[in-house]
Design a protein around this ligand. Structure first.
Ligand code: BG6
Ligand code: MG
Length: 214
């Protein structure tokens, strides 16, 4: 029986995927190559340093560790500038209503994100109050597709993995949920999120009944 829901943050609860993309694109352009939205799919759900590795592979570039840390920091500084201006208006449609419904129906709610910036975003958008547990990039050592972030979420909710479902917009996140032995709802495009148990476009008009439909 499902007793808890674990939400990815970027691209599921808030539209920060576009800010990650803008910041990575800015870095790629500064390094002299193009970075497309299609390339960006590979970075979703992936840690900051691993994302940089993929970006550099696309640009056919290699740097020493020290330079890579500087490049990642540069990208993060731009990203933090973008998200510092965020407010409640950037919560994706239907998300707040869905979270409220889950609470009313007794489901526990966790955040399962590998972002180290998750807390700033939850605070700026006033969403922290909805979560019984918050697992972010400061609490995990392995990024998705490793299941660590979701297993920790279940543990902090005092639930078994099979009692949780995951909401994810990233291919790596869907694989992480599978490896955690959890059902997963993809949020986004059916073509991209083929391995999810179900795919929704977003939370607009979505009710808790979808949990029973899984
Ligand atoms: C994930 C995003 O939620 O967090 C990735 O989907 C991002 O794109 C990762 O790289 C790490 O985020 P941050 O904020 O710690 O750089
Ligand atoms: Mg995401």
């Amino acid at each position: 029986m499902i007793k808890g829901c674990i939400f990815d943050l970027d691209g599921v609860v808030v539209d920060t995927a576009k800010y990650h993309y803008l910041a990575w694109k800015r870095l790629a352009n500064e390094l002299g190559f193009e970075f497309t939205e299609k390339d960006n799919e590979r970075l979703k759900g992936v840690s900051r340093m691993k994302s940089l590795e993929i970006l550099l592979e696309i640009g056919n570039l290699s740097f020493d560790e020290e330079t890579k840390l500087k490049l990642a920091e540069k990208k993060n500084n731009w990203y933090v500038q973008y998200i510092s201006k965020m407010d409640e208006s950037e919560i994706l449609p239907g998300v707040k209503e869905f979270l409220s419904q889950l609470k009313e129906n007794g489901y526990k709610i966790a955040l399962g994100s590998v972002s180290k910036n998750a807390m700033i975003i939850l605070e700026n958008t006033n969403l922290k109050q909805y979560f019984d547990a918050i697992i972010d990039g400061n609490k995990v050592t392995k990024a998705k597709p490793d299941p660590e972030v979701f297993l920790k979420g279940a543990e902090e909710l005092n639930l078994k993995p099979e009692e949780c479902i995951v909401f994810e917009d990233a291919i790596a996140g869907i694989e992480a949920a599978r490896r955690a032995n959890m059902k997963v709802v993809g949020v986004g495009s059916k073509e991209i999120l083929k391995d999810a148990d179900m795919v929704i476009e977003g939370f607009k008009n979505v009710s808790v009944d979808i949990i029973k439909a899984l």
